[in-house]
Design a protein around this ligand. Structure first.
Ligand SMILES: Cc1cc2nc3c(=O)[nH]c(=O)nc-3n(C[C@H](O)[C@H](O)[C@H](O)COP(=O)(O)OP(=O)(O)OC[C@H]3O[C@@H](n4cnc5c(N)ncnc54)[C@H](O)[C@@H]3O)c2cc1C
Length: 505
């Protein structure tokens, strides 16, 4: 007789795979049901005629072996052989006056550059630089939410070195801070420094991100997103886990208010002792569970109490030109605003991947443009496939024209074009309105990041847990993986079992 508790996991994104790995290490018998044919969810890439277009990681956090959070990657066993690339420059923002604001990752270099650009803003530059320096001291443990008083105290100790900076910056938004600069380039540049930031994006997050980049705690894993997901998958399989691909879950079966199984789209019913959903939060709570297990707080969150991350377009281009001498990310103003879909843009952000030899043939480059998109508009277009495809072509054409003017010969050197819309994200990952990182972080919601966290269970329902970017605001790969870890730790505690984070496999 199989005595191991059976755990069913919905979704082989990074959160689901991480939960699977920890569950296997802790003696559970697990199966992951994934609707797609490959692992990774949003943490993915796709190949087109010799080019690899990456869909996610620009930087992965906690990658320095000396930070506490690195424990996560060690336990998951996935970064051992991964080379990291650390950016010298995070982004270059071009002004309308031709000047360039380089956001260097080295703090001293950044300070010197900012002072050269805008000596009149010296006091504010000093604040900014000291803020980054202060947040280099942030070193949080691997647990995102404290399971007991001891862990809470541990987290508190981790926050201690940044307590004063946290108090100081907690209500400052990126936009407010940007507006304090008198220099037009710094003022405009700061607004564009963090792509897709919501209106009340915490300045603290910009400072801590730059702090992590300075200390090489945040970097790009050579190979990109998909190898990270595949490493998680192979670790999970090595530990005896099972993933069933092309297997879409349509319902969670509940008996006596306890999760006991899944219904698959094929009609098949699978049974288990516990269910973890690593899929979209709204789909999980309101579709799979028909909204039966909610409370005021959950309803408020899903009715607008929290801001989902934006729906986006990704225009990927493979070009027989070498962009390695350009900054890895450039935000530049357009001579005339353009419409991409139904949204008007007066700036674009262009990224290249020349620092990763896996992405394009030698001497050639992968370029991507990510920009905000209107989900409803793209859903409407998709109602007619040929209209949708024509529109994707039109959007690509607008971008190619701009790049051809900016980089003479670009159009002739162009080899591959690919456009992903919010519908693509929704179709392949199930995320609500194609949201690319779950809930956006705002100054008001920062407290959720600080030891309290969002609930990973639902009121009145036992044997059921949620993980991933919809329960970890500010969603990213490290947080989603840590969320899988936290939940298995909690399940072990509930069952009065030791939580094991190692395995011989
Ligand atoms: C453009 C972009 C840029 C990003 N940049 C970064 C970055 O620089 N650094 C960083 O760390 N993170 C970045 N992220 C965010 C990061 O990729 C995500 O937050 C993270 O991968 C989310 O993982 P997850 O497992 O929580 O969710 P998902 O990746 O959404 O995984 C959910 C999984 O569940 C599956 N699923 C859904 N519904 C069902 C169903 N009904 N049945 C079966 N399976 C189902 C999906 O197919 C998917 O595999 C970026 C994301 C995007 C899109």
């Amino acid at each position: 007789m199989n005595e191991k508790p059976k755990l069913l996991i919905i979704g082989a994104g990074v959160a689901g795979l991480s939960a699977g790995i920890y569950a296997q290490m802790n003696g559970f018998d697990t199966t992951i049901y994934e609707m797609h044919s490959i692992p990774g969810g949003l943490c993915t890439a796709w190949q087109r005629r010799g080019y690899t277009f990456d869909g996610a990681i620009r930087y992965l956090t906690e990658v320095h072996p000396e930070v506490k959070g690195y424990q996560l990657w060690e336990e998951l066993g996935i970064l051992n052989h991964t080379e990291m690339h650390f950016y010298d420059e995070f982004v270059c923002i071009e002004g309308r006056d031709g000047r360039k604001l380089h956001i260097y990752t080295n703090i001293d270099r950044l300070e010197e550059h900012l002072l050269e650009l805008a000596p009149q803003d010296a006091a504010l530059i000093h604040d900014f630089i000291e803020g980054i320096r202060d947040f280099t001291q942030l070193d949080l443990p691997v647990d995102i939410t404290a399971a007991d008083a001891r862990e809470f105290a541990q987290m508190g100790r981790g926050m201690l070195p940044v307590l004063l900076p946290t108090i100081r910056w907690r209500n400052v938004t990126l936009d407010e801070f940007a507006d304090r600069f008198t220099d037009p380039l710094l003022r405009e540049g700061m607004h564009h420094f963090f792509q897709f930031s919501p209106k009340d994006f915490p300045m603290m997050l910009c400072l801590s991100t730059l702090g992590m980049m300075h200390d090489h705690e945040a970097g790009y894993p050579i190979g990109g997103s998909l190898p990270i997901a595949k490493s998680l998958e192979s670790r999970y399989l090595d530990l005896g886990g099972e993933v069933i691909y092309r297997s879409r879950v349509s319902d969670i079966i509940v008996e006596d208010d306890h999760g006991t199984g899944l219904e698959l789209e094929s009609g098949e019913i699978v049974r288990g002792d516990m269910i973890i959903s690593a899929a979209d939060g709204r789909m999980t709570i309101f579709d799979f569970l028909d909204g039966k297990y909610t409370n005021e707080k959950i309803n408020r969150i899903y009715q607008g109490g929290m801001t989902p991350s934006k729906s986006i377009l990704q225009i990927s281009l493979g070009v027989a030109m070498d962009f390695s001498n350009h900054p890895p990310m450039i935000n530049f103003p357009l001579a005339e605003p353009v419409w991409l879909g139904n949204i008007r843009h007066d700036r674009l952000t262009l990224k290249h991947y020349c620092f990763d030899p896996n992405m394009a043939p030698e001497g050639k480059s992968v370029l991507t443009i990510w920009c905000e998109a209107d989900f409803d508009y793209w859903r409407w277009l998709r109602g007619d496939l040929s209209r949708y495809r024509d529109h994707k072509d039109e959007v690509a054409e607008v971008v190619i024209n701009i790049l051809d003017q900016r980089y003479p010969g670009f159009r002739d050197a162009l080899e591959v074009v690919d456009v992903a819309t919010p519908m693509t994200y929704e179709r392949y990952t199930g995320n609500w309105r194609g949201a690319f990182a779950g809930w956006a972080l705002t100054t008001r919601k920062m407290s959720m990041m600080m030891g309290i966290g969002m609930d990973k269970t639902l009121p009145g329902l036992s044997g059921f847990y949620m993980i991933g970017q919809w329960v970890e605001p500010g969603g990213n790969v490290a947080l989603s993986c840590a969320s899988g870890r936290d939940v298995i730790r909690d399940i072990c505690r509930e069952r009065e079992r030791e939580f094991v984070t190692k395995s011989d496999a």
